[in-house]
Design a binder for this molecule. Structure first.
Ligand code: 3PG
Length: 323
């Protein structure tokens, strides 16, 4: 019998499909130290971003035939190393696109209207504090008419562009999307609108954007897309969202830019040193926080589970039995 360890969990949509094909699935998490020993009992390992699958673990498990990343980023897996050992490696690059794009929009609205700060500071407020907060957070802005720079315009960047255009924003990607941006109006019974979005140079993006979102892949050791030099070129008062990877924006440079007023607000879903995050970042009054939940919606996880189960079944040449 094929045994699958879904070490960071798997949506029931995927678990059910695998079980119906006669595969045994364990979704209980095994800590890193115990993994080399425990994995001897499994043919396939499926992870999210929490479990690291590095060379030594791969070496310790010669029976492993399949590694799945339920999600997009493969920075926690030594992909080439595994493939050179004949292990199949799959991810689900498109299943969470919409969820991540919606989270970025949520952070942008939150920054534009001080929602994250109001939620932190309103509990227990008396009338005087209520009025003080109303004054402090009463300096919001609309997204409509603002400019959004998107660094990395792949699947997520394109989905974000569609949402932002729908919200009335001007969108500046730093590279031309491979496909036109599609405004999907299906739910309103209308035809989709295709928009050909030209790219701009990075300097122009940095200098003209009111909001900047990072939607690029990033591996440990890569230079930050927004470091001290880039943050000197941004428009004063810009709002920055990082829902890509910790390190894509230099946290040290970001803190400095927030404190100097160059950056008005930042929103971080991902952190250097994750799952730890620095106290300075976590307690900064002008950073909107979320704990790496870009792909953490019921819809995205259900799609990821089904897609990943499909790859496993295909790889092991199995079919789903209808009871
Ligand atoms: C991804 O790369 O798919 C996202 O960062 C989500 O990661 P997660 O599966 O750990 O939530």
């Amino acid at each position: 019998m094929i045994r699958v360890l879904a070490n960071d969990g798997m949506h029931a949509s995927g678990v059910d499909l695998l079980k119906k094909a006669g595969i045994e699935v364990q979704t209980q998490h095994i800590e890193a130290a115990a993994l080399p020993g425990e994995l001897q009992n499994f043919d396939a390992l499926v992870v999210r971003s929490a479990t690291k699958v590095r060379g030594p673990l791969i070496d310790a498990c010669p029976n492993l035939r399949f590694i799945g990343r339920g999600g997009v980023g493969m920075d926690n897996i030594d992909v080439d190393y595994a493939q050179n050992k004949g292990i199949a490696v799959y991810n689900t690059p498109d299943s969470s696109t919409q969820s991540v794009a919606e989270l970025v929009m949520g952070h942008m609205y939150s920054m534009a209207r001080f929602l994250y700060a109001a939620n932190r500071n309103m509990p227990g407020a008396d009338a005087a504090k209520f009025n003080a907060l109303k004054k402090e957070y009463g300096k919001g802005m609309e997204l409509r008419g603002r400019t959004l720079g998107i660094i990395g315009c792949g699947r997520i960047g394109q989905a974000l562009a569609a949402l932002a255009i729908g919200a009335g924003m001007k969108v500046l990607p730093n590279r031309r999307p491979n496909n036109p941006i599609v405004l999907d109006l299906f739910i309103n019974g209308l035809d989709p609108i295709h928009i050909d979005l030209p790219a701009v140079e990075m300097d122009e993006l940095l200098g003209q954007s009111d909001f900047i979102s990072l939607n690029l892949s990033f591996n440990e050791g890569d230079p930050p897309a927004l470091g001290p030099e880039e943050l000197k070129l941004v428009r004063k008062g810009v709002c920055i969202v990082n829902a890509a990877r910790g390190g894509a924006v230099s946290e040290a440079a970001l803190l400095e830019a927030l404190d100097s007023g160059q950056v008005a607000h930042a929103a971080l879903d991902v952190f250097e040193g994750e799952p730890s995050a620095s106290a300075e970042i976590l307690n900064h009054p002008r950073i909107s926080l979320s704990p790496h939940i870009g792909a953490a919606t019921a819809e995205a996880q259900a799609r990821i589970g089904t897609e990943m189960a499909g790859y496993i079944l295909q790889h092991f040449g199995l079919e789903v039995h209808s009871n």
